[in-house]
Design a protein around this ligand. Structure first.
Ligand SMILES: Nc1ncnc2c1ncn2[C@@H]1O[C@H](COP(=O)(O)OP(=O)(O)OP(=O)(O)O)[C@@H](O)[C@H]1O
Length: 359
């Protein structure tokens, strides 16, 4: 899939910007703070309904602007074109598909974007939440009944947490229906996550062999978030006292995690910061490839500040793979990276939120 046109208003320093993108490698160059990453953020928002940068989504709205809007024309591999819109007016976010209001879930199903950026090493070294989000984004695109199960789970979790925090002694009987709902939906989510990781594993082996051959073979480990020994409903019941003291549910699918263990770097602490980044990049490429295999087209690939994140040979290897896959790429840098001198198909210069096409 590829974005043909982007129109952004009221997003960080981008007041009103229209860009025509090339199906190949688009490079945005410009000084620090010019607005390059904000474009990648907008594209990522269409596919994840959140930014890859930490901080509140409210910070995306340009200071003093009443609204924020992201509009894109997307062409699928089968030539189907759709118009995507995501906007914030007042406190509400609204999604549109071909001019009609839709649920955000419908918008993000249409558009797939993967992103490698300076914070990506958090996928390897950061909190479990990052890894769950990565995993669930992938599962969402290959298992169509994942989203309803995930929503049911979140609702039941919220209800149980409210009971745990309720003033006065909680009524024991009120817990059972929510614990049973949590157990049922967690089982579905767990099965889909495991299936996804099984599919991802061979892709990850191949992408890490390409980027991190020095680390040897890998093992992909997964923890589902509750003990394998008994049913979640039983464990939640047994755990109520502890959960009451903590004020939240400490077991379940929302506590799942996964990790990569390398033969020659069995502990996470054995990896250098650069190796963490490369491992995160390998995950992202594996996920993109699996998406392509499943959905018949590559997702859009965003690479923020690639030249300052990777050495030249790794930059070249990634670019070569993406060119070979015919993926649309949006890449940023303070200047045109050497690794892209001959492969960039469109280059924009960005200055204080304004775009000029150089190539
Ligand atoms: N809510 C906001 N309203 C207005 N301007 C904002 C807002 N949030 C951020 N900015 C500004 O928008 C710009 C965002 O720049 P962005 O991160 O896209 O730059 P960049 O070109 O990727 O820079 P770098 O090379 O430093 O990563 C910065 O100048 C920042 O100060």
């Amino acid at each position: 899939m590829r974005l043909e046109r982007l129109h952004l208003t009221g997003l960080r320093c981008l007041t009103d910007v229209g860009i025509e993108l090339d199906p190949g490698i688009n490079v945005l160059v410009g000084a620090n703070g010019a607005g390059k990453t904000s474009v990648l953020e907008a594209v990522f928002l269409l596919s994840h309904a959140r930014s890859f940068r930490s901080g509140a989504k409210e910070a995306l709205l340009q200071r003093g602007a009443p609204n924020l809007s992201i509009f894109a024309e997307l062409r699928h591999a089968d030539d189907r074109v759709c118009r995507l819109g995501l906007g914030r007016s007042g406190v509400r976010w609204e999604a549109k598909l071909d001019g009609s209001s839709v649920a955000i879930g419908q918008l993000v199903r249409e558009c797939a974007v993967v992103c490698f950026e300076p914070g990506s090493h958090a996928l390897i070294a950061g909190a479990a939440e990052e890894r769950r989000r990565f995993l669930d984004w992938g599962v969402f695109h290959v298992e169509h009944d994942f989203l309803p199960a995930w929503r049911r789970y979140q609702r039941a979790l919220k209800q149980r947490n409210s009971l745990l925090r309720a003033a006065g002694l909680p009524v024991e009987a009120l817990f059972a229906p929510w614990e049973s709902e949590l157990a049922q939906t967690a089982q579905l989510i767990d099965r889909q996550r495991r299936n996804y990781l099984d599919l991802l594993r061979p892709k990850l082996v191949a992408s890490t062999q390409g980027l991190l051959p020095e680390l040897g073979s890998l093992e992909l480990r997964y923890r589902r978030g509750w003990s394998e020994e008994s049913d979640l409903a039983q464990q939640l019941q047994d755990q109520r006292g502890r959960d009451l003291a903590r004020g939240h549910t400490t077991l379940g699918a929302h506590r799942a995690d996964w990790s990569i263990v390398f033969e020659r770097a069995p502990l996470r602490e054995h990896l250098s910061r650069g190796q963490e980044k490369l491992a995160a990049l390998a995950c992202m490429l594996a996920q993109a490839e699996l998406y392509a295999e499943h959905c018949g087209e590559w997702p859009i690939v965003c690479l923020d500040d690639l030249a300052s994140e990777l050495d030249l040979s790794h930059q070249a290897a990634v670019v070569e793979q993406l060119v070979h896959a015919k993926a649309q790429v949006l890449l940023t840098g303070t200047e045109l990276p050497q690794s892209l001198q001959s492969t960039a198909t469109r280059v924009f210069h960005v200055e204080q939120g304004l775009f000029a096409r150089l190539l």
